[in-house]
Design a binder for this molecule. Structure first.
Ligand SMILES: NC(=O)C1=CN([C@@H]2O[C@H](COP(=O)(O)OP(=O)(O)OC[C@H]3O[C@@H](n4cnc5c(N)ncnc54)[C@H](OP(=O)(O)O)[C@@H]3O)[C@@H](O)[C@H]2O)C=CC1
Ligand SMILES: O=CC(=O)O
Length: 525
């Protein structure tokens, strides 16, 4: 028994239960016992199957209106890696133990009663499972996953606000601070507490996230006069999710760790919309134990995909399905009939996936189905692909983020150049966007931003000034290992021109305006 109610102290760090626990093995045992009682007594619960991990790549096609029509998911069997976790379908160990306890005690009761008929076994197992459930509800037996009870959030800009909001909506106890206090108000109205300095937030919370503009503000908020470090102490944790360079991150990490607290750098990939939808990718490094403690929080803010595998006696007739954490069940799958033989002899099918709000579509294993209930009768296992990566020592998360954003900044500059060239030679740039979206260089970024770029509109998701900052920091990183990066360097110059023309707070796709200015200047000469 581990007593740890909401906010209760357990050692220095307080934990609470996950806000939305998934159905436990006991719940499932009860459902199973009710529906297939012979299964419950016929044999003890099976051990968790060996973990299977798959890498996936997605390509999407879009309609002429640019709307996402479907996604195709290709899977390849691969060894387990950082960021992988087993899904529920594979019975995490804790749920397995619960089932074993329920079953074993049920058998003991059964034997003591000297009843060996099936009905007695079922009754005993169901009674014990019910007792376990009651004990769990009364916190006499708590086998659920845990997460830090009090969460601080510093920096409520484009990214920080929706991230903190998702934590609040998920039931976390969140305390916020932002330099401009008015940005805290919408979160306070959702239930967040407010403190007037980073120090006070850190002092009152178990873990504190920070999402600041650039290295200087990240450093100031963490280590300044009333910075978070002053409120830190052993058992607490500081997670900096801002995009900064490795040196800044190391400095912040050292100051935090000097207080006895734990530190994790965790910059995110994904912009305003992924932050709102809880679909971010976390690139973490630092204290592994803090990474594990805050994993449930990262999963609230971050992307999760669940890939299911229908079991079939015919290895050539296995199907893959994809679930999305925003939906309670599998979001939908449509059999394509295309199958791929993969390395190691494993065989999985390709399936095209459509999100359809909980309703089933398509066909699996040749059977039509239209409801979640129908699906539940099909045996399947699934792996959870999590979008949080633990990359080792502090600095590696920052470096990964800078490399990714260096590529992104160059891609956007190149896309802009192509759009202007297509215009110049008399092509319709809207058609270019469509052509690009259908081919090998398609990217959600081009499909999302292309249509508004054609209209010279740049609604801010990722501010141009931050993209230029990332290019600057990436060039510094390259310099530190003497690697030439001519393409990124050229792109950086364009973003600098855009900044000097007052486009800092526009979306980074406004870099096309810097090219336009160059064209106009040239034609005047
Ligand atoms: N937007 C995006 O698509 C993404 C951004 N990022 C990165 O996340 C970080 C935040 O980005 P985003 O939310 O877009 O940026 P915003 O510019 O919207 O927000 C910046 C935040 O930093 C605060 N801040 C700035 N300077 C200071 C300072 N001197 N002292 C205290 N606080 C300060 C701002 O406070 P105030 O409100 O008072 O100005 C605000 O809370 C950046 O590092 C960015 O590169 C990462 C992934 C995607
Ligand atoms: O840092 C920006 C992003 O979109 O990721």
């Amino acid at each position: 028994m581990r007593g740890k109610g909401n906010g209760e102290k357990r050692g220095p760090l307080r934990f609470c239960r996950r806000p939305s626990p998934s159905a436990s093995a006991v719940d499932r045992s009860l459902q199973l016992a009710a529906r297939h009682s012979s299964l419950v007594i016929a044999r003890p619960p099976s051990p968790p199957p060996l973990p299977l991990f798959f890498s996936s790549s997605f390509s999407s096609s879009s309609s002429s209106s640019g709307e996402l029509q479907n996604e195709e998911c290709h899977l390849q069997e691969r060894p387990a890696e950082n960021g992988d976790e087993l899904g529920e379908g594979q019975l995490p160990a804790i749920h397995f133990c619960e089932s074993v306890i329920a079953y074993a005690v049920g058998m003991v009761v059964n034997v003591q009663q000297r009843r060996d008929c099936a009905g007695g076994g079922v009754t005993a197992t169901v009674v014990v499972a019910l007792l376990v459930k009651v004990a769990r509800n009364w916190k006499l037996l708590d086998l659920s996953d845990e997460m830090p009870a009090h969460v601080g959030f510093l920096g409520l800009g484009i990214m920080g606000s929706p991230m903190a909001q998702n934590l609040i909506k998920a039931g976390c106890n969140v305390t916020v601070w932002n330099r401009t206090k008015s940005k805290c108000d919408p979160l306070i109205s959702l239930g967040a507490k407010y403190k007037s300095s980073p120090e006070e937030v850190a002092a009152s919370c178990d873990v504190t996230f920070a999402m600041l503009a650039e290295p200087e503000s990240a450093l100031d908020v963490a280590c300044g006069e009333h910075g978070a470090a002053r409120g830190m102490s052993p058992g607490k944790g500081y997670i900096d999710v801002s995009t900064v360079d490795g040196a800044t991150s190391k400095l912040i990490g050292t100051k935090i760790k000097d207080t006895g607290a734990l530190f994790l750098e965790a910059p995110v990939s994904g912009s305003k919309k992924p932050a709102e939808d809880g679909q971010l990718i976390f690139l973490t490094a630092g204290d592994r134990s803090l990474f594990e403690m805050v994993a449930p929080l990262l999963d609230i803010m971050g992307k999760q995909r669940k890939i299911g595998f229908l079991k079939s006696s015919d290895p050539l007739n296995r199907d893959t399905i994809l679930a999305d954490k925003r939906h309670s069940g599998i979001v939908g799958a449509e059999k394509m009939g295309r199958r791929t033989r993969l390395s190691g002899g494993a065989t999985v099918a390709s399936a095209s996936i459509s999100v359809c709000d909980g309703e089933w579509i398509g066909k699996l294993l040749g059977d039509s189905f239209s409801s979640t209930d129908n699906f539940r009768s099909i045996r399947y296992t699934w792996a959870r692909l999590l979008s949080r990566f633990f990359l080792g020592d502090v600095g590696n998360g920052a470096a990964m983020k800078l490399v990714v954003n260096m590529i992104m900044g160059s891609m956007m500059a190149s896309f802009s150049e192509g759009m202007l060239l297509s215009e110049k030679v008399g092509l319709d740039p809207r058609v270019l966007v469509e052509v690009v979206s259908q081919g090998a260089i398609s990217s959600p970024m081009f499909s999302m931003k292309g249509p508004s770029m054609v209209q010279s509109m740049y609604p801010t998701a990722f501010p141009l000034k931050h993209q230029q900052k990332d290019l600057r920091l990436a060039l510094g990183l390259a310099e530190s290992v003497s690697q030439p990066t001519p393409i990124a360097a050229a792109a950086n110059e364009l973003y600098k021109v855009a900044k000097s023309r007052g486009l800092s707070d526009h979306d980074f796709s406004a870099v096309i305006e810097a090219l336009r200015i160059k064209l106009q200047t040239q034609s005047k000469e």
